[in-house]
Design a protein around this ligand. Structure first.
Ligand SMILES: C[S@@+](CC[C@H](N)C(=O)[O-])C[C@H]1O[C@@H](n2cnc3c(N)ncnc32)[C@H](O)[C@@H]1O
Ligand code: SF4
Length: 474
C-alpha cells in the first residue's frame, strides 16, 4: 500500500469515527432502493392513467383554490456518442437531421398541451437529456423561441440546462446565456483517464474548465457538476485526485451519483466488465471521502447525492425549511406543478403523475394521431399523499413533526404509522433515528441512510414485498 493510499484510508477512518459516515452501519442498513424523486415512484405508474386523465388534470389547473406555479421540463434525447454507464433515456446518433424532426414533433406536443392550459405563465424551465447541446445553435435558438410563443416567461424565470462539455464551444455557452439560461449542469463523472476509457467518455479538465469559466463570464447564476462513484476502474486514490480537480473548478453545486449498474435494463452497460467495478467497501470509502473533502471545502451536504455551497439557493432553502424534491432532484421550488415535454418526460399535476412514451417512434405515432403522448401515470390516493409528505420531509429536512401531518391530513400519526414506527426501532437502536415527543429526527449518522429510512414509509414497496414473499410461499 502506498503512503498516499494509507493517508486516504486513515482520512476515511477518521471521518467514520467522527460519525460523518460509518461504513459498517452503512453496509448493514443500506439497501438498493429508490431515490424518491417522487412518491409513488415511477415504477408504480399504470397504463390506465393515459392521455385523457392527463388532459383532465392539466385543464383543472385553473379551477378552484390557489394555483400552483408551473415548471416545464423539456427532454432532448440525442447524444453524439455512448457513455457505457448511462441509464438516461437517450438516442445515440451521428445523424443531425434526427433532431430537426424531433423538434417539429415537440412543437406539436407543445401545441396540444398548451391548448389545455388557461394560464401559460411559467416559473421554471429545465432542458435535460440526452444532451440538449446536441442541437445546433440555430436549433437551440428556434426551440427557445418556439417555447416563448406558447409560454409566458416571468423575468425571474429559473432556466437550467444540462451540458456535456465535450464539443461545446464558448459561443454555444454565450448563446445559452442569451437565450435566458441562468443555471448550467455540467456532466463530468470522473477525470481519471483509466476510468474515462472504461466508460467510453474521454473528457479533459481543460474542456470542462473552459465551459465553466465561460458560463461565469456570461452571467450564469449557478454551475452544477455531476460526478458518479462506483464506476469501473475507480480507486480511492484516483477519485481523490478527481475531487482535487473538481474542487478547484469551484462549482456552486455538485451531484455525486451512486452508479446504478443494471446491464439487463441498460444494454450499453454490458460493455463494462463487472470485474472492474469497485467492491462495496471501496464504493463506500469513495463516497465517504467525497463527503469529507467537500465538507472541508465549504460545501453543505444537502442530502443523498447533492452538495451545495453554503450561500447557494439550495442550501439557503434547506436552512429556511423550504427545500423541495422533484424529478430533477432537490429544488427550491416548493409545490409547483410540472409539465414534462418530449419522450419519457414526467409531469406532476396536482395529485397526479404522468409519463410520456419512451421511444421516438411511439412519440411520433401518437402525435401524428393528434393524441397526447402520455403512456402511463397515477392519481395519488389520500394515503399516498400522507406518505409523500412524510418522505419529502425526511429527504429534504431529515425531520418530521407529527402534528403538521396530523393537521394537514386529519390522522393520528402514531396510530397511522404504528407498524412503521415499530420497524424504525432497529434504526433507533443503531443511533440513526430518534423519536422524541412528536418529532422523528434522522441523526447525523443516519443521514446517509435516508433512502432506507424513507423505504419504511413506502407502502407500495411493502405491498410488493408481501406479494413477493406470498408467491414464494405458494
Ligand atoms: C442526462 S445525463 C447528463 C447530461 C449530458 N448528457 C452529459 O453526459 O454530460 C445526467 C446525469 O445522469 C448521471 N447518470 C447517468 N447514468 C447514470 C447511472 N447509470 N448511474 C448513476 N448516474 C448516472 C450522470 O452523472 C449524468 O451526468
Ligand atoms: S451520460 Fe450524457 S452524453 Fe453520455 S450517453 Fe448519457 S446522456 Fe448521453
Amino acid at each position: 500500500m502506498s503512503r498516499e493510499q494509507a493517508r486516504l484510508n486513515q482520512d476515511v477512518r477518521d471521518s467514520s469515527t467522527t460519525s460523518l459516515l460509518d461504513i459498517e452501519v452503512l453496509k448493514k442498513f443500506d439497501v438498493a432502493g429508490p431515490r424518491y424523486t417522487s412518491y409513488p415512484t415511477a415504477d408504480r405508474f399504470v397504463e390506465s392513467f393515459g392521455p385523457e386523465q392527463h388532459a383532465v388534470w392539466l385543464a383543472k389547473r385553473g379551477s378552484g383554490g390557489l394555483r400552483r406555479p408551473l415548471s416545464v421540463y423539456v427532454h432532448l434525447p440525442f447524444c453524439n456518442t455512448i457513455c457505457y454507464y448511462c441509464g438516461c433515456n437517450k438516442v445515440v446518433t451521428k445523424d443531425r437531421s434526427k433532431a430537426a424532426k424531433y423538434l417539429r414533433y415537440l412543437e406539436k406536443e407543445v401545441q396540444l398541451q398548451t391548448k389545455l392550459l388557461d394560464d401559460p405563465s411559467i416559473a421554471q424551465m429545465h432542458w435535460g437529456g440526452g444532451t440538449p447541446t446536441f442541437l445546433s445553435g440555430a436549433e437551440l435558438r428556434d426551440l427557445a423561441q418556439m417555447l416563448c410563443t406558447y409560454f409566458d416567461r416571468s423575468s425571474e424565470l429559473e432556466c437550467s440546462i444540462e451540458v456535456d462539455p465535450r464539443g461545446v464551444s464558448e459561443e454555444s455557452v454565450w448563446l445559452l446565456a442569451e437565450l435566458g439560461f441562468n443555471r448550467l449542469s455540467v456532466g463530468v463523472q470522473d477525470f481519471d483517464r483509466e476510468v474515462q476509457r472504461a466508460i467510453n467518455r474521454m473528457q479533459s479538465e481543460a474542456q470542462t474548465a473552459q465551459v465553466i469559466a465561460t458560463a461565469r463570464a456570461a452571467g450564469f447564476r449557478s454551475v452544477n457538476v455531476d460526478l458518479i462513484y462506483g464506476l469501473p476502474k475507480q480507486t480511492l486514490t484516483a477519485f481523490d485526485r478527481t475531487l482535487d480537480k473538481v474542487i478547484a473548478l469551484s462549482p456552486d453545486r455538485l451531484a455525486i451519483y451512486n452508479y446504478a449498474h443494471l446491464p439487463h435494463v441498460f444494454k450499453p452497460q454490458r460493455r463494462i466488465d463487472a470485474a472492474d467495478l469497485p467492491d462495496v467497501d471501496t464504493r463506500l470509502q469513495i463516497f465517504s471521502l467525497a463527503v469529507q473533502r467537500l465538507t472541508q471545502a465549504g460545501y453543505v451536504h444537502i442530502g443523498l447525492d447533492h452538495f451545495a455551497k453554503a450561500q447557494d439557493d439550495l442550501a439557503v432553502a434547506q436552512r429556511r425549511g423550504r427545500l423541495h424534491r422533484n424529478f430533477q432532484g432537490y429544488s427550491t421550488h416548493v409545490d409547483s406543478d410540472l409539465l414534462g415535454l418530449g419522450v419519457s418526460s414526467i409531469s406532476a399535476l396536482g395529485p397526479t403523475f404522468s409519463q410520456n412514451v419512451r421511444t421516438l417512434d411511439e412519440y411520433y405515432d401518437r402525435l401524428d394521431a393528434n393524441t397526447l403522448p402520455t403512456m402511463r401515470g397515477i392519481a395519488l390516493t389520500d394515503d399516498d399523499l400522507v406518505r409523500r409528505n412524510v418522505i419529502l420531509a425526511l429527504m429534504c429536512h431529515f425531520e418530521l413533526a407529527f402534528d403538521s401531518l396530523e393537521i394537514a391530513h386529519l390522522i393520528n400519526f402514531r396510530e397511522y404509522f404504528e407498524t412503521e414506527l415499530q420497524e424504525l426501532e432497529a434504526f433507533v437502536d443503531a443511533g440513526l433515528v430518534t423519536v422524541e415527543g412528536d418529532c422523528l429526527t434522522i441523526t447525523e449518522r443516519g443521514r446517509h441512510l435516508v433512502r432506507a429510512i424513507c423505504m419504511v414509509f413506502d407502502r407500495r414497496l411493502r405491498q410488493q414485498r408481501m406479494r413477493a414473499s406470498y408467491s414464494k410461499v405458494v
